[in-house]
Design a protein around this ligand. Structure first.
Ligand code: FAD
Ligand code: UDP
Length: 367
């Protein structure tokens, strides 16, 4: 055997594992089916702007260890995510905070806003929220639900908000202060120079083979290493034997514009159902860019079919049950380690993936 580990996937999880293994003298072969490293955090330079090719990626964490860890590979700027939401000809601040409440109802104090929300919750009659719709109304009332949540959510997930799990909406803060910061985390920023450099640094000195799909070369690849770290889709690994896990996919449409500032913000959400995209990203604003041109990307949600990129796991009860069956098999494997957003079928952000990867390193390499 030529390698200690075959790492399937050169995304954040696979690259951290390979970096830490290499540091400890283990030989790794990293493969990826794409023609570049970095997985979904890949950024690419266009018109001197770092374009987030797979959607906006804002780094945020409250975990000191994770922040220190990622800081070894890049300097982070002071970017704070403050998206705005467009609903018809109205514009509101996100996440839901005093600026949103003022824009919507003209209220100016937290107690007025709370009173308004309480009144709407009471009218809805919801006591114990059982799905995303009820959860959203219980948090912010019916007006905000109808203008800023329902349309966005239903196009993003391709199903009714009454069928979706409530944890999805709990990702967003609700605040009674005039604070437009989308995240509650202690640390936040964008790596100056983009994300790809982080992964390139991790993979320095490690053999990487791109355009290599594990499933097309499985028999041969399995003979090359003692163990496998797999970061692809767990259901595909087990040949879909318990059924296909559901994902949500996206189509990105990018454009270079001959103007320096298209929308004045990195992220603008379109919350109306009738607008077919969920958001427009203007990449230069992540790094306070002053380039003469600008690059924007519209994000169109899409039903996932085999062969599409599986961007979001759909963590409802049905899919989680199927996943548990795959996980049972995974825990019995002696030579395969599963990790990352696809192999663990979890709606992980980057900081979660780093935490999981470092835990995995601890278990596997620091014994
Ligand atoms: P991935 O990045 O998906 O890497 C897996 C790699 O494995 C891929 O490169 C894939 O090509 C490869 N692979 C899969 N199957 C095979 C195979 N059979 N053979 C070979 N290679 C294979 N997180 C944040 O913290 N902040 C954000 O703002 C944020 N925004 C996001 C926006 C979008 C649209 C999406 C989709 C995700 C966002 N995330 C965000 C989450 C973030 O992208 C993930 O947490 C992180 O990239 C997951 O890393 P990973 O290594 O688990 O998976
Ligand atoms: N959401 C919404 N309106 C918005 C933004 C988000 O209703 O303007 C809901 C939607 O259901 C979305 C979820 O909140 O899927 C989580 O949003 P987040 O921005 O965390 O999604 P991601 O960046 O992961 O796509």
């Amino acid at each position: 055997m030529k390698y200690d580990y075959l790492v399937v996937g050169a995304g954040l999880f696979g690259s951290i594992f390979a970096y830490e293994a290499n540091k400890r003298g283990k030989k790794c072969l990293v493969i990826d089916k794409r023609n570049h490293v970095a997985g979904n955090i890949y950024t690419n330079k266009v018109e001197d702007i770092h374009v987030h090719e797979y959607g906006a990626h804002i780094f945020h964490t409250s975990n000191e260890k994770v922040w220190q860890y990622i800081g070894q590979f890049a300097k982070f700027n002071r970017y704070t995510n403050s998206p705005v939401a467009v609903y018809k000809d109205e514009l509101y601040n996100l996440p839901f905070n005093m600026n949103t409440f003022h824009g919507l109802w003209g209220v100016t104090t937290p107690s007025q806003a709370k009173e308004m929300i309480q009144k709407q919750i009471k009218e809805s009659g919801i006591i114990e929220p059982k799905n995303l719709e009820e959860q959203a109304i219980s948090l912010v009332g019916k007006d905000i639900y109808e203008k800023l949540i329902k349309g966005y959510t239903e196009k993003q997930w391709g199903q009714s908000a009454t069928e979706l799990p409530s944890f999805i909406i709990k990702r967003l803060p609700v605040r009674f202060t005039y604070d437009n910061n989308y995240f509650n985390d202690f640390y936040q920023g964008i790596p100056i120079g983009g994300y790809t450099q982080i992964i390139e640094k991790m993979l320095e000195g490690i053999t990487v083979e791109l355009n290599t799909d594990y499933f097309s070369n499985k028999a041969k690849l399995n003979t090359l290493a003692e163990k496998i770290v797999f970061t692809g889709m767990i259901d595909e690994f087990y040949d879909y034997q318990f059924g296909t896990l559901e994902y949500r996919s996206l189509r990105f449409e990018s454009e270079t514009l001959e103007e320096d500032n298209f929308q004045g913000n990195a992220v603008v959400n379109y919350t109306e159902y009738e607008v077919p995209y969920t958001r427009i990203i203007e990449h230069k604003h992540f790094e306070f860019g002053m380039q003469p041109k600008t690059v924007i990307t519209r994000e169109y949600p899409k039903t996932w079919e085999k062969g599409d990129e599986p961007y979001y796991p759909v963590n409802n009860e049905k899919n989680n049950k199927v996943y548990e069956q795959y996980k049972q098999l995974a825990t019995q494997e002696e030579k395969v380690i599963f990790g990352g957003r696809l192999a663990e079928y979890k709606y992980y952000d980057m900081h979660n993936v780093i935490e999981q990867a470092l835990n995995c390193v601890e278990r596997e390499l620091n014994m």
